[in-house]
Design a protein around this ligand. Structure first.
Ligand code: LM5
Length: 450
């Protein structure tokens, strides 16, 4: 074991109520919105091939020209209640909203920089109406904050000279000031989702970042902070030099999903996902593979089946409206969630062997198992292997709870659930009510002698 002052300060999952609620969210919404939504991945009629929110880094645009987009920020169609309603209709239980992305533009009237909404034609705070609208909709708010800030003169990618060091000290104070400011102005926020923390300059600030995290947690007890915020004094990120998770949940699943339970090392985690291949901010060109509702529903079920949350990104337009394709996806996912939410909310890894037909989830603190079916077997027989001494008392399709399904024991603790071919192209859920059977009725299945 390596002696660490600034490694992880907790082994194992948080057990407090706030984190237990976070663990049960299942589905969340990510919002990426800022000045980058105005060009929307295009400049002077030319399309930028990278992620739209990174357009400032494109050689084709002078940095000062991008920075003057602040004078064009006037989202006349911005309506916080409409965004919250879209999330509600989708069935999201929490939202992560960009307060400041890498370009440094603040969606709140920060007093520590002039590069904020207050100095745009819009003038007004964007974060307050958003936080209030989502709170009113019963959707918990997490604030996204990029440490990397291309607009601040003190930002450095690495600390090489005395000048770098002096400049970065100022930047560190600025960062601390803004974070305390955000937690003070939006006290109902349940957590912070940090980004832009991979460069050496920040990785070298183990002590400062550790002290800042401690200060934020003291200011806002229960605050949820992921593994991407800070590195330990060995420069280790997400997991410290003893391989212990930093922060409250693993924040490494960006545009990718774990495949098996071993991949998540018994930790809480969330997966943040774009609808196109890699566009977080609004991109006019809705190109490449656009994930379908069924693909996104499967990613949600897969995430919950492996003990995580799935957070789907929306990139509102520069005028503040959410694009029709994203609204349509929210509606389609929401229609599925209306029927099947019981298999997603407050569910966890079931501890069962994965079968070909889809994913198991298990109600936290209950005796219900859910089979979220994406690949119905041609036989109509769904294989289920349960732990010893666990029996099935009832099986039914979630959509038709009064029609019990026949359950055939085919081997020790192994069953077929029989359900004839369902129509339609929608994934569906089978519920298994289970009980622990103490009786060890004679085992009729002998192992072959080989
Ligand atoms: C959540 C996403 N994280 C930002 C991102 O690009 N991270 C990955 C990345 C890190 C370093 C160089 C390029 C890209 C994206 O802009 C989103 O905000």
């Amino acid at each position: 074991k390596i002696e660490l002052k600034h490694g992880s300060h907790r082994i194992g999952k948080r057990t407090d109520e706030v984190m237990q609620k976070w663990r049960g969210y299942g589905l969340g919404q990510f919002i990426h919105w800022g000045l980058y939504a105005i060009p929307g991945g295009e400049w002077n009629g030319k399309q930028y091939n990278g992620a739209a929110e990174w357009i400032r880094s494109w050689n084709g645009i002078p940095k000062s020209t991008y920075d003057s987009l602040i004078y064009k920020f006037n989202p006349v169609n911005f309506n916080a209640d409409e965004w919250a309603t879209t999330a509600k209709q989708m069935g999201a239980k929490y939202v992560t909203i960009t307060t400041k992305h890498h370009d440094g533009f603040c969606l709140w009237p920060s007093k520590y920089t002039s590069y904020t909404v207050a100095n745009s034609p819009w003038k007004k705070d964007i974060m307050k109406p958003l936080v209030d609208a989502y709170d009113k909709a019963g959707i918990d708010v997490i604030l996204y904050f990029s440490v990397m800030d291309w607009n601040h003169p003190g930002w450095r990618y690495d600390i090489k000279t005395k000048e770098d060091s002096v400049a970065f000290e100022g930047f560190k104070q600025f960062t601390r000031n803004q974070l305390i400011e955000l937690l003070t102005m939006y006290p109902t926020a349940k957590g912070l989702w940090f980004d832009g923390t991979w460069d050496k300059s920040w990785v070298k600030q183990a002590e400062f970042a550790d002290q800042l995290e401690t200060e934020m947690r003291k200011l806002r007890p229960g605050l949820i902070i992921g593994s991407r915020f800070r590195a330990d004094e060995k420069g280790k990120r997400h997991f410290d030099a003893n391989n212990v998770l930093m922060g409250d949940y693993e924040q490494g699943w960006e545009r990718k999903l774990p495949n098996k339970i071993e991949d998540v090392h018994g930790n809480d985690w969330d997966c943040v996902m774009t609808v196109p291949e890699n566009q977080w901010g609004y991109n006019k060109a809705w190109k490449g593979h656009i994930k379908t509702a069924n693909e996104l529903i499967e990613m949600t079920a897969k995430s919950v089946s492996l003990g995580g949350n799935f957070v789907l990104n929306f990139g509102p337009q520069g005028d503040g409206a959410i694009r029709k394709e994203e609204k349509q996806l929210a509606t389609q996912i929401g229609n599925w969630m209306k029927i099947n939410k019981e298999a997603i909310y407050n569910c966890q890894y079931a501890g069962l062997e994965k079968q070909d037909w889809g994913y198991f989830t298990k109600k936290t603190g209950g005796n219900k198992l859910y089979m979220v079916v994406f690949n119905a077997p041609v036989s109509g027989a769904y294989r289920v292997k349960l732990p010893a001494k666990m029996g099935i008392t009832k099986a039914y399709a979630l959509a038709t709870p009064t029609q019990s399904l026949s359950t055939e024991e085919i081997h020790t603790n192994e069953y077929f659930i029989h359900l004839k071919k369902q129509g339609g192209d929608q994934p569906f859920v089978i519920v298994l009510e289970t009980k622990n059977s103490s009786d060890n009725s004679g085992n009729v299945y002998d192992k072959a002698k080989t």
